[in-house]
Ligand binder design. Structure first.
Ligand code: GAR
Length: 189
């Protein structure tokens, strides 16, 4: 069984989608949830499924012990599912081509520092885009710049609010993220 370490900051709907998808297959399980937000809804999901949680702060993630703790779970992949901090370079270097992120827009547009959650959707609407979507990509040392693995698109309607767009983007995420993880697990080199 593949072990996943999932990093999340918020509500955790993508974590829930990953749990639901792999529940019956026995192919992967979430060994650990790394969270920087003591009030994140994802912690309730972790508790409900008895998944260990590592709460982090800005300094603890930079320590060598953090990388060793991650290694101790023998993760096949590290999955950023709504994680709003930049991953330290030490972690990126310790797990080459093993860290993936999901971003709620079609990168390279609407990425980078400060571009997360509703800020992304508001910027997309303000720019008058005709479509948006998701990007699942490898994580490197620069925000949202690692190689793309998959993009999926949705139309943007003239009357769209950022909440409406977020809902449509979440549907894409919940469908494609677990399936992309499964594809990568099946094809690890
Ligand atoms: C998701 O839409 C994810 O793409 C986004 O945060 C949301 C988390 O939702 N990530 C980013 O914006 C990263 N820059 P969730 O907590 O319900 O999974």
């Amino acid at each position: 069984m593949h072990q996943l370490v999932v990093f999340a900051s918020g509500k955790g709907s993508n974590v829930q989608a990953i749990l639901d998808y792999f529940q019956s297959s026995g192919k992967a399980q979430i060994a650990l949830i790394v969270c920087n937000n003591p009030a994140g809804g994802v912690l309730d999901i972790a508790a409900a499924h008895q998944i260990p949680v590592q709460l982090i702060d800005r300094s603890s993630v930079k320590e060598a012990a953090f990388v060793e703790m991650l290694r101790s779970h023998s993760p096949s992949l590290l999955v950023l599912a709504g994680f709003l901090w930049k991953v330290p370079d030490s972690v990126v270097q310790a797990f080459p081509a093993r860290i993936i992120n999901i971003h709620p827009a079609l990168l390279p547009k609407y990425g980078g520092k400060g571009m997360y959650g509703q800020h992304v959707h508001q910027a997309v609407i303000a720019a008058g885009e005709k479509e948006s979507g998701i990007t699942i990509h490898y994580v490197n040392e620069h925000y949202d710049e690692g190689g793309a693995i998959l993009q999926a698109r949705c139309a943007l309607l003239p009357e769209d609010t950022h909440e409406g767009l977020a809902g449509r983007v979440h549907k894409l995420e919940h469908y494609f993220f677990p399936r992309t993880i499964e594809f990568l697990l099946d094809n690890l080199s």
